[in-house]
Design a protein around this ligand. Structure first.
Ligand code: DHB
Ligand code: FE
Length: 292
């Protein structure tokens, strides 16, 4: 049977990808940020998953405002890095896992979450920057990402967006889906985006260290409380784009201490926690949890 063994949480700031692609990671501005991912890159090598289910948000790249799925699962064999205005990032093509993705779609829809099924999709910084942070710089001509990736897109761009509670419940359904897949696969689930940031309007540049760190505390140790944070708190305290953090609750809800909406099992082990301000306009948060 397939099993979720770990969850990873990380921001996806596009400037991080540009810094890596342009060889700027040792610059004084960037060095402290990348230092926080040294542990993670080694952890990724030491705990190489068979598949990553990567929960991310598209930024009107694959889905324009013409069509906005709330939850969409990628069932393709491959995903091309998107052109976000400066050409596609020079990173390897993302290989999918269509068999597991199709199984998850089937199981999760049968558990009453109505997913959109996506057979063709380009992936923007929301997906490629977390991969780059966890896997390091790779040459698109000679290298591959260490494993197949199932992109799982969440609408956090155009209201109405799903609640944290809905995301947390979805994570539990995803775990059941993975655990009902016959093949022995080691699966990691990643929740990406955040932390506090606002890119527009009079409050552009908003960052809230205290709120972010309280969110990390809750996410790790009191995930039920984290799941009940209302939208207005994210937007008021973590900025309009801070709402991206609801995606982290999908990954947290998929951990093995959570069943039937309660935290009844052994809590996961915190392997790494990192927080850095700022990267571009955003507070960067990162954590790695392993199932006990
Ligand atoms: C920035 C952050 C984001 O999450 C994003 O999608 C785009 C830009 C930023 O901080 O610049
Ligand atoms: Fe974003």
């Amino acid at each position: 049977m397939a099993k979720i063994t770990a969850s990873v949480y990380t921001s996806h700031v596009p400037a991080i990808g540009a810094a890596m692609d342009l060889g700027k990671t040792e610059e004084a501005y960037w060095q402290p940020l990348f230092a926080g991912y040294e542990y993670s890159k080694q952890w990724m090598k030491d705990n190489k998953p068979d598949v990553v289910l990567l929960v991310f948000n598209d930024h009107a790249t694959a889905f324009s405002l013409d069509m906005i799925p709330t939850f969409a699962i990628g069932t393709a064999d491959q995903y091309q890095p998107a052109d976000e205005g400066w050409g596609p990032r020079p990173v390897p093509v993302v290989q999918g896992h269509s068999a597991l993705a199709s199984h998850i779609a089937h199981s999760v829809i049968q558990q009453d979450f109505d997913l959109t099924i996506v057979n063709k999709m380009d992936v923007d910084h929301g997906l490629t920057v977390p991969l780059s942070l966890m896997c390091g710089s790779l040459d698109p001509k000679t290298d591959q990402w260490p494993c197949p990736v199932i992109p799982f897109a969440v609408n956090v761009v155009q209201y109405p967006v799903p609640s944290g509670k809905r995301c947390f419940d979805l994570g539990q359904a995803i775990r059941k889906a993975v655990e009902s897949y016959d093949e022995d696969l080691n699966v990691h689930i990643w929740g990406t985006g955040g932390m506090s940031h606002q890119l527009q309007g009079p409050r552009a540049g908003l960052i809230n260290r205290d709120w972010d760190n309280a969110f990390l505390d809750k996410l790790i140790a009191d995930p039920i409380a984290a799941a009940h944070i209302p939208h207005i708190d994210y937007v008021r305290d973590a900025g309009s784009e801070g709402i991206e953090l609801v995606m982290w609750l999908i990954a947290r809800g998929a951990m093995s201490d959570i069943s039937d909406g309660k935290q009844t099992g052994i809590p996961p082990t915190l392997k790494h926690r990192f927080y850095h301000v700022p990267a571009s306009n955003t507070a960067v948060g990162h954590a790695i949890l392993e199932n006990s």
